[in-house]
Design a protein around this ligand. Structure first.
Ligand code: MV4
Length: 471
C-alpha cells in the first residue's frame, strides 16, 4: 500500500494527482521550483519542499533532489505527471533501486516504448497494424530500393524521439539522402541518438488514441478512444471523446489492438496507444507511457477516475472496472486555454492574471493551477487551464463549450480563447470533419477570430467590468 506520494510535477497535473490521492486517503508531498513558490499546487500538497531554481533542469528534472526529498520525508511513491520525468526510464530505474514506487510502467516497458522502432516491432508481433515502413536503415542504396517499394512520399522519424522533432517528409528520391542526414543530426542533438526509421507518409490523417489501463494481476482494459486531430505544431489544442468517426465496430477493433499491444509488452499502469487514421484504416504509431493532458475527456464519458486507477495499480490492487463495465456516456470536449497571442503566431504571453474567473455550471470542469492574481511564469509552458465540457451528444457539448468560453474572464494576459470560439463555430469542426492539418489549412481562422472578437466585444467588456473595483 502507498501512504505518501511525492508529486514530481507542477501546475494543474500536480493538483489533479493530489485530488486523487486525497480521495484515496493518501498524503502528498509537493516539490517546487523557486518560480512556483506562490502556486496553488504547493498548498494542495500536505507538505511542500523547494527543490531548486526556476529552470526545469535544476528542479523538475533533477533526479537526485527529488529522490532525496522522497527519502527524507518518507514518500513511498512518486507520481511523475506528464512531461518532465514521466517517461524517463532512468528515473523509473532509480526509483526501483531505491525502493520507491514509480507510479507508471516499469523501466523496461518505458525503455521499450521509448524506442519507436522497438515499439513498432512489438506492435507487428502483436498483430497490430503499423504503417508500411522500414525499421532498419542501412546503406543508402538499400534504403532507396526499399522506399521505392513503399512509394513516395515517406516520413523519416527519429527512433528515440517524440513530439515531431526531427521528422522529415521526403517527396522524391533525390531528397532522401539529405533528409536522412538532417533527421539523424537533429535526433543526435535532441535525443543523444541518431537512429531513424522510415514510414509511408499518410496525408491528412486523423490522430486517434486509445486509453488503456493494466494492473499487475493480468487485467488490461481500454477506455475507448479520443480524437486529438486539432493541433498546432504538435501541440494539441482541442481533444474529444469519443471520436466523431469511430463506429462501435472500429472502437471494438481499435480497443482490442490497444489491449493486445499492452499485453504484448507486459505494460502496467495507464497508457495511451496512438493511431493514425487515414482512408478508413488505422495504424499504430507509438505508445505514450504516461497519463496525458487530455485524459479528462475519457474520464467525463466513462466515469472512471484514471489517476485513482493509477494509484490502485501502483498499490498492487486490481483495476476497479472490467472491460464489460466500460460504457461511453455522452460526449466530452477539452479546450487547452493558453496564455498566448493567437494574432501573433501564438507567442507566449506570461504575466499577472489581474482578473480571473473560470466558467461553471452544468457539464463544465476546469482543471487548473491558477487563481485571481496569479502570475504566469515565463519559465514553463503557458497553459492556464483545461476547460472540459460534457454533453449528452456532440451538439450539446459544443453549445456548452461555446457558452463556457463566453463566460471565461481573463484579464492581464493574452489568451487563445478567441481561437477556441472560432473552432467551436467552424462548420468543418461542427460536422466532425477533423484532421491533423485542420488549423494550417483553415486559412480564414484569423478572419473568423477578428469577426467574433468584434461581435462579442460588448458582452466580454460587460463581464470584465465586474472586476473594476478590485484591480
Ligand atoms: C505520421 C504522419 C503521417 N504519416 N506518420 C507526428 C507526431 C508523431 N506522434 C506522429 N506524427 C505523424 N506521423 C506517418 N507515417 C503524420 C504525423 C503528424 C501528426 C500526427 C499526430 C498528430 C499531429 C500530427 C501533425 C503532423 C504530423
Amino acid at each position: 500500500m502507498i501512504n505518501k506520494i511525492l508529486v514530481a510535477n507542477r501546475g494543474e497535473i500536480a493538483i489533479r494527482v493530489m485530488r486523487a490521492a486525497r480521495e484515496s486517503g493518501i498524503a502528498t508531498v509537493a516539490v517546487y521550483s523557486e518560480a512556483d513558490k506562490d502556486s496553488l499546487f504547493v498548498k494542495y500538497g500536505d507538505e511542500a519542499y523547494c527543490i531548486g531554481p526556476a529552470s526545469a533542469r535544476e528542479s523538475y528534472l533533477n533526479i537526485p533532489s527529488i529522490i532525496k526529498v522522497a527519502k527524507t520525508f518518507g514518500a513511498d511513491a512518486i507520481h511523475p505527471g506528464y512531461g518532465f520525468l514521466a517517461e524517463n526510464a532512468d528515473f523509473a530505474r532509480v526509483c526501483e533501486k531505491e525502493g520507491i514506487i514509480f507510479i507508471g510502467p516499469s523501466s523496461q516497458a518505458l525503455e521499450l516504448v521509448g524506442n519507436k522502432t522497438h515499439a513498432r516491432e512489438a506492435a507487428q508481433a502483436a498483430g497490430v497494424p503499423v504503417v508500411p515502413g522500414i525499421n532498419q536503415c542501412s546503406d543508402l542504396a538499400e534504403i532507396e530500393i526499399e522506399v521505392e517499394k513503399i512509394g513516395y512520399p515517406v516520413i523519416i522519424k527519429p527512433s528515440d524521439g517524440g513530439g515531431g522533432i526531427g521528422m522529415q517528409v521526403v517527396n522524391r528520391k533525390n531528397e532522401l539522402k539529405r533528409s536522412l542526414e538532417m533527421s539523424s543530426t537533429i535526433a543526435s542533438r535532441a535525443f543523444g541518438k541518431g537512429d531513424v526509421y522510415i514510414e509511408k507518409y499518410l496525408q491528412h490523417p486523423r490522430h486517434i488514441e486509445v486509453q488503456v489501463l493494466a494492473d499487475c494481476h493480468g487485467n488490461v482494459v481500454h477506455l475507448c478512444e479520443r480524437e486529438c486531430s486539432i493541433q498546432r505544431m504538435h501541440n494539441k489544442l482541442v481533444e474529444e471523446a469519443p471520436s466523431p468517426i469511430v463506429t462501435p465496430e472500429i472502437r471494438a477493433e481499435m480497443g482490442r489492438m490497444a489491449v493486445d499491444f499492452a499485453r504484448k509488452i507486459d505494460y502496467r499502469g495507464a497508457g495511451t496507444v496512438e493511431f493514425i487514421y487515414c482512408e478508413e484504416r488505422f495504424y499504430f504509431i507509438e505508445m505514450n507511457a504516461r497519463v496525458q493532458v487530455e485524459h479528462t475527456v475519457t474520464e467525463m464519458v466513462t466515469g472512471v477516475d484514471i489517476i485513482k486507477e493509477q494509484l490502485r495499480i501502483a498499490s498492487g490492487l486490481p483495476l476497479s472496472i472490467a472491460q464489460e463495465e466500460v460504457k461511453i456516456n455522452g460526449w466530452s470536449i477539452e479546450c487547452r486555454i493558453n496564455a498566448e497571442d493567437p494574432f501573433n503566431n501564438f507567442a507566449p504571453s506570461p504575466g499577472a492574471l489581474k482578473a480571473y474567473r473560470s466558467p461553471g455550471g452544468i457539464g463544465i470542469r476546469v482543471d487548473s493551477g491558477v487563481y485571481n492574481g496569479f502570475v504566469i511564469s515565463p519559465y514553463y509552458h503557458p497553459m492556464i487551464s483545461k476547460l472540459i465540457a460534457w454533453g449528452r451528444d456532440r451538439d450539446e457539448v459544443i453549445a456548452r463549450m461555446k457558452r463556457a468560453l463566453y463566460e471565461y474572464i481573463i484579464v492581464g494576459v493574452k489568451t487563445n480563447i478567441i481561437l477556441h470560439k472560432a473552432i467551436m463555430e467552424n462548420p468543418r469542426f461542427v460536422s466532425g470533419d477533423l484532421y491533423t492539418d485542420f488549423l494550417s489549412l483553415e486559412k480564414d481562422l484569423t478572419q473568423d477570430m477578428l469577426q467574433i472578437q468584434e461581435r462579442d466585444r460588448a458582452s466580454v467588456e460587460r463581464l470584465k467590468e465586474t472586476f473594476k473595483f478590485i484591480s
